[in-house]
Design a protein around this ligand. Structure first.
Ligand code: FAD
Length: 320
């Protein structure tokens, strides 16, 4: 089954997906292949590929300053196509609002449609590198729900311009949810209302931001259901396995690390022990999520193939 929502609706097995990030400009596709190859025997049904805003470079020539966008991690669409061909796994490209106007978004959607891609994760995107806040392109989208709306319109054959006999696309749309609220949101209730806007606009499932306490997922799902969000909510998980991540994860992703996980990492005598403690903690979290009825797990690999592999071994083979 090629669409995430069809898989979720017609399969009794838990969904398992991976998320990867394109390599830096100038690196080869082999970096990606070697990072996901060891994870393939766990049988991911979908592989998400992130998309990143360019940063702006200002160049002066003959007294004229030109602004040029430079994308550090290009290649999302190409990687998706390569994954489909090489691993026979359905790719899920991320599509962001940032750095696209609506016409460029439409062109990208047409490319993805022609490539036979059936799933899209629709996001506003992080602010561009070096910018404190998100700034939309002229004639681009301010919020992810507008991008969802544009994709849903294209699925109905409605393009920006009136066209004669336009073909409809057929994308399954996923969106992001934040159990600890999005960092710009005033509170979780407001954030959930905005999440509902994305679902009402056509999103068929939600993948959450990483979190480290079962309670956060449970409360998030309960609150979402209470306001009428009925789509599957897949927990996003990023293994935390070393001391550095105790600082870097909260500052990059605006999430809390619970006391017992911090202790499990800090009290370890060696790096290996810290790694093993982190994996054990995450595997227990997965057990709780599955017992609660989570539809599956989505693992952020973010260049950390070994941690993802160890977590998957712990989850799928009980090896801890
Ligand atoms: P939105 O849903 O648009 O929300 C952004 C903010 O606006 C929130 O604070 C929300 O509460 C608020 N908001 C929404 N609607 C309104 C409204 N009508 N009025 C006022 N406020 C409103 N980033 C990338 O750059 N590339 C990626 O590939 C990527 N992948 C991700 C994958 C997952 C699973 C997750 C959880 C995040 C990912 N991100 C990625 C990060 C994400 O893009 C950022 O968190 C971004 O800041 C918000 O994106 P969003 O789609 O949730 O935005």
């Amino acid at each position: 089954m090629t669409k995430v929502i069809d898989w979720l609706n017609h399969n009794r097995k838990l969904l398992f997906s991976l998320e990867i990030t394109p390599p830096d400009r100038g690196k080869s596709m082999d970096d990606i292949v070697s990072s996901i190859e060891p994870l393939m025997h766990f049988g991911p049904q979908f592989i998400n590929v992130t998309y990143h805003q360019p940063h702006m470079v200002y160049e002066e020539k003959d007294g004229i300053i030109t602004r040029r966008p430079r994308r550090k991690k290009p290649g999302t669409v190409g990687i998706c196509s390569a994954i489909k061909n090489r691993f026979k796994v359905e790719p899920v490209p991320h599509l962001i609002c940032g750095s696209f106007n609506r016409y460029e978004t439409e062109d990208t959607l047409i490319d993805l449609h022609f490539l036979g891609i059936k799933n899209i994760m629709a996001l506003r995107g992080d602010p561009a590198p070096g910018q404190a806040r998100y700034i939309p392109e002229k004639d681009g989208h301010q919020y992810a729900h507008q991008l969802v709306e544009q994709i849903a319109q294209l699925n109905r054959g409605k393009y920006i311009d009136e066209l004669e006999d336009p073909f409809p696309t057929s994308f399954c749309i996923g969106v992001a949810g934040y159990p600890e609220k999005h960092f710009e949101s005033p509170n979780l209730d407001k954030d959930l209302q905005y999440l509902k806007n994305k679902v009402d606009a056509g999103a068929e499932y939600i993948i959450t931001q990483m979190f480290y306490e079962f309670r956060l997922y449970k409360e998030f799902v309960e609150k979402a259901r209470a306001i009428g969000i009925q789509v599957p909510i897949i927990p996003g998980l990023k293994p935390l396995v070393n001391r550095k991540q105790i600082q870097s994860i909260p500052s990059s992703f605006h999430v809390n690390i619970p006391v017992d996980l911090v202790a499990a990492i800090e009290e370890a005598r060696t790096r290996e022990q810290a790694f093993a403690n982190g994996i054990r903690y995450m595997a227990r979290l997965v057990e709780e999520l599955i017992a609660f009825g989570a539809p599956g797990i989505h693992v952020f690999t973010m260049g950390q193939g070994q941690a993802a592999k160890s977590l998957l071994e712990a989850v799928f083979t009980g090896k801890r």
